[in-house]
Design a protein around this ligand. Structure first.
Ligand SMILES: Cc1cc2nc3c(=O)[nH]c(=O)nc-3n(C[C@H](O)[C@H](O)[C@H](O)COP(=O)(O)OP(=O)(O)OC[C@H]3O[C@@H](n4cnc5c(N)ncnc54)[C@H](O)[C@@H]3O)c2cc1C
Length: 674
């Protein structure tokens, strides 16, 4: 077996310096606290010999949550923190937890963090007791939005909360099974309260979806209350520790005070009131809708990281086939293997950086929307932009991670399929992120709508502030579009400047051609719904995804430009160029279709450039994964450990099935002869 140490010695940079450059010390300290707590308590030790018994997994995750909340000490001062510090802190705790135990992190996020966040942004003093109880572990919540018949189209949700003047209560009803809330995490067996989104009806008038705190089960006995039919939806493909559930209501009553009334209320006289500045409402919506998506971006970037750490370490050790000199080659030396892994390694660095930077911007923007002295018109522009950036980045990052995990699994061959490798669970647990908190394909439409709107009205905008600074290229569309590819050699494209310019050209062309198609469809059908629908494939959807890649690269470029250490910036620049070229290579049909080049030169340069950079990054690959890898306990993979003992670890994993001995098991064809 090739030694990981041999590859470590080939690195062109100092791993410690890289670590300091890419993640602030204080972030790592918070995650370390989480990891030390998990490692110190056997209840949290994730054992890959556990089979997929979901009943046990659900009980265990519930127990873990209780202990994590009460004994980790991580939440002792949560109320003393300002909004911005608390949000940042909770995102990091969630990240630290997720990389080791996705079930527990999701249970905590849904059951405590998102609920308390919703109380903060949609509730008022009235709801403080819920806030205190949730952090004290006395109650557990869920977020009930999706119904059996409708998910993405929330306007069609049918669960209603009708105000009863005589008792000053809301009466909740589920009009038929199609309106049963379903897929709701924590609802199946354990939550005591739901944050329910239901149509508010007052005096026969429907005022649309509003949030309500709805008691579901007695916190002492966990028995559901009368008027509710609630249950677990059963087996899923992954996330076995989460009790996803369904619920139906029949004339179920809750007090008037349980409506989350920061934006709108039903007053004591039974009158419906909205009293918030519409711009502030937008800020609150951003806070509630986006917090989960920001979490997903961070979580996904960690899954991506985990898969690439495992696959690169394995590739540096695994040898297959001898060359003409009789030397058995580590598989990382093969061109195909480099092409399979190095772009995902580059993507990991680019996406991790984006996730960290974007989280900061998000917290800043939400902070402004809560600040009474802030200029609300500016905030309004930022909120719309942050939402658009988040919609496309959540989609791109979850999809990239999904593909990366599968590639990593295959790149580790048969051993990658063993449960102890960690990649199978990682894949199954990550998979639904492309769907929940907004289906990716649907979310992408929101980004393209925003971009097209800006494209058609750039003149009166100020592009200096985040996130509008990300679309500053829109002020130069006229000068960008006539540009042509003039490079001849691969060296001409292996740099961040080329990557950025090429992306800007592609974005301008996609905007122009999507806009033209949309306009023509509008003329033809006179129906915006039809027009939007018919220009998604090859146009609007591509536009959003290309934009997501571009902003990830822009954030990475800014990071590199600010880096003071030449040995670090040099390798980061290679990673940024590789990620950019790899993405652009997948858009070659569009680049040719739009006339950016009409000779084979562009395709040749991009292909050669990608291969050149893959090879150039290879000697640094092991050090690059070392710099981002969590400790072995957290990575939890027999084939991805820092110590490189792949075969010893695997054999231990094989034997662990029966206390270190091989089980006395006969294959089926033997049994028939016995
Ligand atoms: C593991 C898991 C946990 C979940 N947890 C929760 C939870 O805690 N609380 C909760 O409320 N919900 C939860 N959900 C539900 C989740 O939020 C929804 O599944 C999600 O919003 C998508 O809605 P849907 O399933 O109805 O899909 P649909 O909206 O029916 O979409 C189905 C397909 O149609 C496509 N599609 C839909 N509309 C369009 C369009 N206009 N144009 C093009 N294509 C379109 C989509 O891309 C998708 O591929 C969870 C789901 C999963 C899988």
């Amino acid at each position: 077996m090739a030694s990981l140490e041999e590859y470590r010695r080939k690195a062109s940079f100092d791993v410690r310096r890289m670590l300091t450059e890419i993640e602030p010390q204080e972030n790592r300290e918070i995650k370390k606290k989480v990891w030390h707590f998990l490692a110190s308590n056997p209840l949290f030790h994730e054992d890959y010999t556990m089979n997929g018994d979901s009943k046990k997994a659900k009980d265990r995750t519930a127990q873990q949550l209780k202990v994590f909340l009460s004994s980790s000490g991580l939440f002792a001062n949560i109320d003393d923190l300002t909004y911005a510090t608390r949000t940042k802190y909770l995102l990091l705790v969630n990240e630290g937890l997720e990389i080791y135990n996705a079930n527990l992190s999701i249970k905590l996020a849904l059951g405590v963090m998102m609920f308390s966040n919703a109380l903060n942004c949609l509730g008022t003093e009235r709801h403080q007791q819920f806030y205190k109880d949730i952090w004290a572990g006395k109650i557990l919540s869920c977020f009930a939005i999706t119904e059996l018949e409708h998910g993405s189209d929330t306007k069609e949700l049918k669960t209603s909360a009708e105000y009863d003047h005589s008792t000053r209560e809301f009466v909740i009803n589920t009009p038929g099974i199609g309106a049963a809330k379903c897929w709701v995490g924590n609802l199946g067996q354990q939550c005591t309260h739901a944050l329910l989104m239901a149509q508010l009806v007052v005096n026969g008038t429907c005022h649309g979806l509003h949030g309500f705190v709805v008691p579901i089960r007695d916190p002492e006995t966990l028995r559901p209350y009368l008027g509710i039919t609630v249950g677990d939806i059963g087996e899923k493909s992954g996330l076995h520790g989460i009790d996803n559930g369904f619920i139906m209501f029949k004339n179920y009553r809750i007090p008037r005070e349980n409506i989350l009334n920061r934006l709108a209320d039903v007053n004591e006289n039974g009158e419906y009131q909205t009293f918030t500045d519409p711009l502030r409402m937008l800020g609150a919506s951003l806070e509630i809708l986006s917090a989960g998506r920001v979490g997903i971006v961070n979580e996904s970037s960690n899954c991506l990281l985990r898969s690439i750490v495992i696959a690169v370490r394995y590739a540096a050790q695994r040898r297959q086939f001898r060359d003409s000199n009789g030397i058995e080659k580590p598989i990382i030396e093969y061109q195909t293997h480099q092409y399979r892994l190095m772009p995902y390694l580059a993507a990991t660095y680019a996406i991790r950086n984006f996730a960290m930077e974007f989280s900061k911007q998000y917290v800043h923007c939400v902070g402004l929307s809560r600040d009474d002295s802030a200029d609300m018109t500016g905030v309004y522009q930022s909120v719309g932009g942050i939402h658009a950036v988040l919609c496309c980045s959540k989609s791109l990052i979850t999809w990239t991670t999904q593909r990366a995990i599968q590639e990593a699994r295959e790149a580790c061959g048969g051993h990658g399929y063993h449960k102890s490798a960690g990649l199978g669970d990682l894949r199954n647990n990550h998979d639904p992120r492309v769907t929940f908190e907004g289906d990716n394909t649907v979310l992408l439409q929101q980004t393209s709508n925003w971009l097209l709107k800006l494209f058609n009205e750039t003149s009166d905008r100020d592009f200096s502030e985040y996130p509008l600074c990300l679309v500053k290229f829109l002020t130069n569309v006229e000068s960008i579009l006539p540009k042509k590819f003039v490079g001849r050699r691969k060296e001409d494209v292996c740099n961040v400047t080329f990557v950025t310019e090429c992306f800007e050209w592609l974005l301008c062309w996609l905007l122009k051609s999507t806009n033209e198609k949309m306009t023509a469809l509008l003329v033809k059908h006179n129906d915006r719904f039809v027009a939007r629908n018919q220009c998604q494939v090859f146009k609007a959807k591509e536009l959003s995804l290309v934009f997501a890649e571009y902003i990830i690269i822009s954030h990475f470029k800014a990071k590199i430009d600010a880096c003071q250490d030449p040995s670090i910036s040099s390798v980061l620049r290679k990673l940024c160029s590789l990620y950019g070229l790899w993405c652009l290579h997948s858009h070659l049909p569009l680049l040719y279709q739009g006339g950016y080049c009409n000779t084979p030169a562009l395709a040749d340069c991009l292909s050669d450039g990608v291969l050149l950079l893959c090879e150039a990054i290879k000697p640094d690959a092991v050090a690059l994964v070392d710099a981002i890898a969590p400790p072995d306990f957290i990575l939890n993979s027999a084939i991805g450990c820092y110590n490189g003992k792949v075969y010893e670890n695997l054999m231990n994993a094989f034997r662990k099935i029966e206390n270190g001995h091989f089980p006395l098991e006969y294959p089926d064809f033997w049994k028939s002869k016995l």
